[in-house]
Structure formats: C-alpha cells, structure tokens
Design a protein around this ligand. Structure first.
Ligand code: GAP
Length: 500
C-alpha cells in the first residue's frame, strides 16, 4: 500500500465527513501521522508532527499547571512504564482487564462482543426497528452483567449477526481477552511463565499507588492530598479504528487524590465540578460537554462518571472520574506485605488522633491524545464568504484556544528587502522566550495568512514600510480576520495578555 492508500484505509473506517476532514488536515499540516508510515503504518499507533507535538505539549502543560501549581496539596511524579508484575495482580488487571471477544471462524476477524451487538442494534435502528434494537441492547446488558458468555453467543446467533468480511455467522465461543501487552525481562523470564510476565502499564495510576508513601513522606503531605502524573499507557485494543480516539499506545494525565474513608462522596462531587471547569476554561462551549454516569462499574470503583464531549462522531468519553475506594492501596498492602497506611493526627470528636487507615482515593483520568482530538474537533472550521468585490472566498481554519495553540504569533515581513526582515527578526528575538513565534517571508501575505489559519495561529503581525516610519505594525486576528495597527513595542504584551 502506498501512503495515500494507507491514509484512505484509515479514513474508510471513519463514517463521518467532518471527522475525515479533520484527519486529513491533521496529516497535511503536520499534526498527526500514521506510525511507521513507510512500512504501511501500524494499526492504532500514531506519531505527532511538528505542530502536533507543540499542541500536545501545551495541553499537557495546561493540565499539569492546573493540577500541581494551582493546588498546594497536589504534587507530581514520573514513574516507570515497567512495574513489578505483582502490581498488576494486586490492581486486578491480570484477572479483570479484559473484554469478551468472539472470532469469526471463516475470516478470523475478532470482534468485541458489545461492539458487534451494538453495530447490529444500529442497523435495526436505521431500518426503523427501534423497539427490536432497544430489546437487543437490554438483553446484551443483562448477559454482560451476569458474564453469561454462552448466552451472548446465543444472542449473536439468534439475531443472525454476520462478520463484515466473510459475511458468515460461523462464530467461535465468546472468550475473555486481556488488553495488557506483555514482554520479557532479560533472560531469566520466559514468555510463557505467567507469573513473571512484565507488562506495559495499561494505566499510569498504579505508579502513583505504589509510590503513595514515598511521596507522602518526602513531600510532607497531609491528607487530603493528590499525586499527578502524565505518561504513556498501552492497551491491546481490539476495535481501534477511530484515529487517535482509541490507540494502542497513548498518553494519560491522571491524578489520584487520597482522602479519609467516608469523605469520598464529597470529594467525588468536588472533582467532578473542578474537572468540568478546567475543560470549559479553555473557552469550549459548555453545551458540548456532559456527564455520563457509569452503570457497570470497573472492578475498583464504587462510583464513576465520564466527562463526554460531542465529537463529530458523536458523544464520547474524554475523561473519567472514579471513586476507587481503598481497593488499590488495600490490595498493594495485601500483595506486598508492606503497610500502605497513613497516620492521621487530626483530632476526632473525642479529642484523640484519628489514627491509622488506608486512604480512599478519587481519581481523575484524562487521555491526552483524546483531549488533543477534542481540541481539533472544536477548532476545525471550513468558512466561505463573499468579498466586497463580489467574489467568493474560503478558508480552513483551526480556531484553537490561544492558550494551547502550537504557534502563538507569526511574524511576517511584507517584503524580503528594505530592512523589513531585520525588524521582524528583532521582534522574534523579543518574543520567542515567552511564546512560540514563527517567521515566514515566502509567498504573498494572503497565502501566509491562510497557512497560519490552517495551523491555528491566533495572531499574525506584518512588518511593512510604514513600520519603518512610525514603528507600528498590522496585527491580524485569526478568528475574526480583523486587522489593526498597533505599536511594534506592544506586540509582545498583546499576545501575552491573550494567552495567559
Ligand atoms: N486509571 C483509570 C483509567 O485508566 P480509563 O477510563 O480506562 O480509566 C481513562 O481511561 C482515560 O484514558 C479515558 O477517559 C480516555 O481519555 C483515555 N483512554 C483510555 N483508553 C484509551 C485508548 N485506547 N486510546 C486513547 N485514549 C484512551
């Protein structure tokens, strides 16, 4: 397959023209590339290009600063991806981090059972058989809750669900398929020795739990306090066909907040509100967000909610807030034989120290790549208008919130001569320490503006002959395309005031 064919193959799996346009734009303008593209790519693995890496870093910093700098009682760590294998037994991932799968015997294609059934329900809906669709989903939910795999297979066969490749109904039994990737350490571990498998972490949270006491003691934290971490996580996702929405290698931004047992409801509500505020503070409309309570809880949670965003492919989870009880710390205590208790010397009603307990935990967990996709989905716009001379004009613009935009300011000398580049270079020198600036002297000003629109650059400054006379420049605002003249000496502060 050549590059175009790979790209077409990715796009063919996405049933939405706006979403397809975003994927094309992300590739064409250096935001996201398929991984190892010259070898035909690797399914559900992506690389970030020059502007993607800047956008991703800015989102990461926006999260990190909010969580750590803005909270006296939250500190960060950076734990290793590899962890002792027992970590994943204690966390429940070895036994529980799996999805029921079914294979088509003719095509050998593997499906997640819930996705296969949901796709069939969507087909019924499209045919106007909404009641049948609802009944099918209800039956599936009941069987999933009971982990009745034989019943699920029966449901698939009774409804004559077929494989999209072979178009047959020749299915294997339903089996659990663990989503963790594993590897071997040195020569002492053999890959078929289940007890000693080394896993690529499927969530960053466990690096926080196992370091709970190290951090509490060294940073002298008192409950309630939090530990934040950003890092890669890996999951062998079976249905991985929605661009960077569901990847096999991705980045999480997680925070575990350690609290007194019994206070979890209050802190759960607190973090729900805080996290929603963080999303909306970027300027993304509140109407595009909603909460979605989990009905089926993960093995570690006593309450859980998703923050969902209305992507071009529908409402989808971008962040989870989970009340994880003392499940993780309690299990690490059990499996390691090391105490994971905190001594609370605050006084109780009787005037005595509250004493030792294993803390409860509220977790906030957001996918960095998914947040990246959210920002692109919010920002992408195709605009058309009629100019004063009656001619049609159009542009593709990324209205990325200035705070996280990859390039904040483009500095554009009108001509490559007459001392204009020198003035532009001076301005670059003044600003580049504070924010990312981009210098461009090729092409007409109109073309340069369009390119900056496509990269999401909120401000462009043009240096022209008038600049030499009165030290003013034209600043052009991306979203409104309006322009005004401001003193050259005010460019830096103007941009800073909009991105802080
Ligand atoms: N520690 C809790 C945890 O990992 P999760 O709901 O499985 O919870 C949290 O994942 C977030 O990580 C999700 O809301 C999503 O943003 C992101 N995420 C999960 N799986 C992902 C994947 N395969 N690709 C991209 N992002 C993913």
């Amino acid at each position: 397959m050549d590059n175009l064919a790979i790209f077409a193959a990715i796009m063919a799996t996405v049933d939405n023209s706006v979403f397809q346009a975003i994927i094309s734009h992300a590739k064409e303008y250096g935001f996201v590339f398929p991984s190892s593209e010259i070898y035909d790519g690797l399914s559900a693995v992506y690389d970030y290009g020059p502007w993607g890496v800047e956008l991703k870093k800015n989102i990461r910093d926006y999260w990190w600063n909010e969580m750590t700098r803005m909270h006296d009682n939250i500190v960060g760590i950076d734990a290793a991806i590899f962890m002792h294998p027992t970590t994943w037994k204690a966390s429940g991932h070895v036994d529980n981090f799996s999805d029921p799968m079914i294979d088509n015997k003719d095509s050998k294609k593997r499906y997640r059972v819930d996705h296969l059934i949901e796709a069939h329900a969507e087909k019924l809906n499209a045919e106007g058989k909404t009641q049948d669709a609802e009944a099918l989903i209800a039956a599936m939910d009941a069987l999933l809750a009971k982990e009745d795999f034989a019943g699920l297979k029966q449901l698939i066969e009774d409804n004559k669900m077929t494989c999209s490749v072979s178009e047959t109904c020749n299915w294997t039994d339903v089996r659990q398929f663990n989503l963790m990737f594993s590897t071997e350490f040195g020569s002492t571990v053999s890959s078929d020795d289940e007890d000693n498998k080394v896993y690529l972490r499927p969530e960053t949270a466990q690096g926080i739990f196992v370091n709970f006491l190290n951090v509490q003691k060294t940073a002298r934290m008192k409950i309630p306090f939090g530990i934040a971490q950003v890092g890669k996580a890996f999951r062998n996702e079976i249905v991985a066909r929605q661009f960077i929405f569901r990847m096999r290698e991705f980045e999480q931004m997680e925070m575990q907040f350690f609290i007194r047992p019994g206070s979890q409801k209050q802190w759960y509500e607190y973090w729900k509100a805080e996290r929603m505020k963080w999303h909306q503070a970027l300027g993304i409309p509140a109407a595009k967000y909603r909460f979605h309570d989990h009905v089926k809880l993960a093995h570690y949670a006593d309450a859980a909610v998703d923050i969902e965003y209305e992507f071009p492919i529908g409402w989808k989870e971008v962040e989870g807030i989970h009340s994880r009880t003392d499940f993780d710390l309690g299990n690490h205590q059990k499996y390691s034989g090391k105490k994971m208790q905190y001594f609370d010397n605050d006084l109780n009603e009787e005037g005595k120290p509250i004493g030792n307990y294993v803390p409860y935990v509220i977790e906030t967990s957001i996918g960095l790549d998914r947040m990246f996709l959210l920002v692109l989905s919010h920002a992408y716009a195709e605009e058309k208008w009629t100019k004063e001379d009656g001619k049609e004009d159009s542009r593709v613009v990324l209205k990325i919130p200035p705070k996280v935009a990859p390039i904040k300011l483009a500095v554009l000398p009108l001509l490559k001569k007459d001392g204009l580049p020198e003035i532009a270079r001076e301005l670059m020198k003044e600003c580049r320490d504070d924010f990312y600036c981009f210098y461009e002297e090729k092409d007409t000003i109109g073309k340069r503006y369009r390119r900056m629109d496509a990269l999401g650059t909120p401000f462009c400054v043009t240096i022209d002959h008038q600049t030499k006379e009165d030290n003013t420049v034209t600043i052009r605002y991306r979203d409104t395309m309006t322009q005004e003249r401001i003193p050259l000496g005010r460019v830096r502060e103007t941009v800073l005031s909009k991105i802080k």
